[in-house]
Design a binder for this molecule. Structure first.
Ligand SMILES: C[S@@+](CC[C@H](N)C(=O)[O-])C[C@H]1O[C@@H](n2cnc3c(N)ncnc32)[C@H](O)[C@@H]1O
Length: 302
């Protein structure tokens, strides 16, 4: 992955201030920042805040956020926390409660395969957020991985992951990315629309010129090669950046309760959003702080 795709490694931690979305009910430290007892950020530069801890314990103390862009642990595929299984229901309850009305969750997951069968946990989690959390399933988006993994003897090469888009009511923000080259660019639109009773009427856009670029499809082809930052499952920077650009506006607050190496936070910073990350493993918090300290580079979504 090139530098334009992954801004984010350096070494200047900044520890000051309190994120505006942290409930102001705490104590004042020597730097003048307010913290809830036991809720002192690992890192806070006024725009980006990181908490080192279990998201189930931290999330209930946060003010609601506008957007969650996250990739949770996939079952026990990777043993992040001393080999223990990912207890997802508790995490989802707290994450859904932390979402503003109109807010969106981008849930990037895959199903683990155990004893030759997919677990289906990705679907269970989404249905749980709908049935128990009252969220809408706004879109089922697909991340086409440009990269090959070793195949099983009896199935096709796995080539995609889910990017479920869930929302609390209708999404408050949608800034659809229009970077799909139109093969008929420059031509004039002509055609008709068939009504439900079978009658035809002229298309309302007839006569207009087709633009060079149109709205993206809901499947995104992104390179799966990740920078070697010291985390086993880094989200592609372009995935995080494109979702943040789509579902939020400047100065809105983005949350990643499973922050890992901080890809979501790095992209949020580059896009002028506020962000909060929570990570249970301290060594990954350290990596995220280093990535945040790197110089801001031009954005690239494709
Ligand atoms: C798939 S990784 C996220 C990778 C991240 N998107 C990135 O780009 O680096 C999931 C992360 O969730 C963390 N995690 C697991 N359970 C957690 C919990 N209860 N609270 C906070 N973090 C947790 C793991 O340590 C791991 O780093």
């Amino acid at each position: 992955m090139g530098r334009d795709e992954d801004p984010g490694q350096g070494d200047t931690p900044a520890m000051s201030g309190l994120h505006p979305r942290i409930r102001q009910a705490g104590v004042q430290d020597r730097a003048g920042a307010h913290h809830r007892p036991g809720m002192k950020p690992y890192y806070d530069d006024g725009q980006i805040t990181i908490y080192h801890g279990d998201c189930r314990e931290i999330l209930p103390s946060l003010e609601p956020v506008d957007l969650v862009v996250t990739s949770p642990p996939y079952g026990s595929i990777r043993d992040y926390i001393d080999g223990s299984e990912f207890e997802w229901k508790g995490c989802l309850d707290s994450m859904v409660a932390c979402l503003e009305p109109g807010g969106v969750i981008m849930w990037n997951v895959d199903n683990q395969t155990i004893n030759g069968s997919e677990t289906g946990d990705a679907f269970r989690q989404v249905l749980y957020m709908m049935d128990e959390g009252g969220l809408r399933l706004h879109d089922t988006m697909i991340y086409l991985r440009q990269g090959v993994t070793f195949p099983d003897a009896n199935r096709y090469l796995p080539g995609f992951e889910y990017m479920f888009i869930l929302s609390k009511g209708a999404p408050s923000t949608f800034q659809g990315l229009k970077d799909r080259p139109n093969i008929s660019a420059g031509a004039r639109i002509h055609g008709s629309v068939t009504e439900t009773d079978g009658t035809k009427r002229e298309h309302s856009r007839n006569g207009k010129t087709i633009e060079p670029f149109g709205l993206r499809f809901n499947y995104w082809s992104i390179s799966s090669s990740a920078p070697d930052v010291g985390h086993p499952a880094v989200m592609p920077y372009k995935m995080a950046a494109a979702h943040i650009a789509t579902w939020s506006l400047e100065n809105m607050t983005i949350l990643d309760p499973f922050m890992g190496s901080g890809t979501t936070l790095r992209a949020a910073k580059d896009l002028g959003r506020r962000a909060i990350g929570i990570e249970i493993e301290e060594r990954y918090c350290e990596i995220a702080v280093k990535r945040l300290a790197q110089e801001v580079l031009p954005l690239a979504f494709t």
